[in-house]
Design a binder for this molecule. Structure first.
Ligand code: 5RP
Length: 219
């Protein structure tokens, strides 16, 4: 089974959690795009929708959904999003698509965070996937120097501007043995908007698409 089929199965499994009247947050990326394309099947169950990126908002609108702002809906029921890596504690690395800041905000406001991945994303230790950090453009060099001190190799995602008008640094060669500590430490560097470690607000449920179907993990 290819990765896309595994992602589609995980996305389909996430739809089972959507009950009538659900307010739903939608993340960003290829896995979530598969979810969005299936959402019209359960349109009647969705009360309100919020989205973590301009790209997801555009796709939701193409599929006939109205998209609210988080300020309009406040705390809401379920956030569904993909990830670049997850460990067994459902702590994540996210931001491969560059939408990490709005994703972190939507995850924080959700009563339940369901993460949908294919089985290549489950890892023993976070950090093989280069860690995305959204930075203010004027702080890019400062943050890069701080990351070098932490033994990471920062690479500027050249030509990419986030939905918030900022830049992304992808940090290679980090071994994230203590995600909680590293998330807090990187967040303290002036100029960091968001680090792509989701440990303080980890997922509640991980749905992993694999060759034998979808496995569910909870903390
Ligand atoms: C976007 C993200 C995505 O969830 C992550 O990159 C996974 O993407 P995909 O579903 O395409 O594998 O964090 O900022």
């Amino acid at each position: 089974m290819d990765a896309s089929e595994k992602k589609r199965n995980a996305a389909k499994a996430a739809m089972e959690f959507i009950q009538p009247g659900t307010s739903l947050g939608v993340g960003t990326g290829s896995t979530v795009n598969l979810l969005i394309e299936m959402l019209p099947e359960i349109r009647d169950k969705i009360d309100k929708l919020v989205s973590s990126s301009k790209a997801s908002t555009a796709l939701l609108k193409e599929n006939g959904f109205e998209v609210s702002t988080l300020n309009e809906i406040g705390d809401y029921d379920i956030y569904i999003d993909g990830a670049d890596e997850s460990n067994k504690r459902l702590q994540l690395v996210k931001g491969g698509g560059g939408a990490l800041t709005r994703e972190k905000v939507l995850a924080a406001a959700a009563r339940r965070f369901i993460c949908i991945v294919d089985d290549t994303k489950l890892v023993g230790m976070l950090g093989s996937f280069p860690l995305p950090i959204e930075v203010l453009p004027m702080a890019q060099e400062l943050v890069s120097r701080q990351m070098l001190k932490m033994r990471g190799q920062p690479i500027w995602r050249e030509g990419f501007v986030t939905d918030n008008g900022n830049h992304i640094l992808d940090i290679h060669d980090l071994q994230i043995s203590n995600p909680l500590e590293m998330e807090a430490r990187i967040n303290r560097i002036p100029g960091v908007v968001t680090v792509g470690i989701f440990a303080h607000r980890a997922a509640d449920i991980l749905l992993i698409g694999g060759d034998d179907g979808v496995r569910e993990m909870r903390i």
